[in-house]
Design a protein around this ligand. Structure first.
Ligand code: S3P
Length: 191
């Protein structure tokens, strides 16, 4: 592991790499960006579930929502996440609704360690406004939609194994916090 604050512990590194790490949380929480860095630090493969869904469908997430609707997207998402969770341990960034789907959530809880990247409203909005790739936010005022999603989803994201505040600032700080919490999590589950 390449973190300046921690001495390398090969046994713990092996433990950290032994299970798929699934990042959950709202759009804009930083699942993809943080996930990539986390994977690099832990020398694990990074996979983005939405990219895999797009590859399987042969079109963008926006197009799937437009052509087939959200239930069909969720069905595809369930299948893709189930397939990925059968693969070798990796870091998996999921779309914001994946962990909300009870079948997908149960599978993640069973086969992986889940991390909720929690972020405040202002940060989420600043980040999602950079790109128009989120069909759910096209249906009205992004701030209102995001607030409704927070109210609806936060009690469910809370079921993740680990909760990390995704703060504005250097991504390495968030990655370091994740590794610290993961280390505690595995230390506890060992004892
Ligand atoms: C969704 C989040 C998106 C994508 C789809 C639906 C959601 O992923 O899966 O637009 O339900 O919150 P990101 O969280 O990566 O933006």
């Amino acid at each position: 592991m390449n973190l300046d604050t921690k001495k390398s512990d090969p046994a713990m590194d092996e433990r950290l790499q032994s299970r798929t790490i699934v990042l959950v949380g709202l759009m804009g929480a930083g699942k993809t960006t943080i996930g990539r860095r986390l994977a690099k630090t832990l020398h694990m493969v990074f996979v983005d579930a939405d990219t895999e869904i797009e590859a399987a469908a042969g079109c963008s997430v926006n197009d799937i929502f437009e052509r087939h609707g959200e239930p069909e997207f969720r069905r595809g998402e369930r299948q893709v996440v189930a397939r990925l969770l059968k693969e070798a341990p990796h870091v998996l960034a999921t779309g914001g609704g994946a962990f909300i789907d009870s079948a997908t959530r149960q599978l993640i809880k069973k086969k992986a360690v889940s991390i909720w990247l929690r972020a405040d409203l202002e940060l989420l909005l600043t980040r999602v406004q950079k790109r128009d790739t989120r069909p759910l936010l096209r249906a009205g005022d992004p701030k209102e939609i995001m607030m409704a999603l927070m109210a609806e989803r936060y009690p469910i994201y809370q079921k993740a194994d680990i909760i990390i505040d995704s703060v504005d600032g250097p991504h390495n700080t968030v990655v370091r916090n994740i590794i610290k919490e993961l280390t505690d999590y595995y230390s506890k589950s060992q004892s």
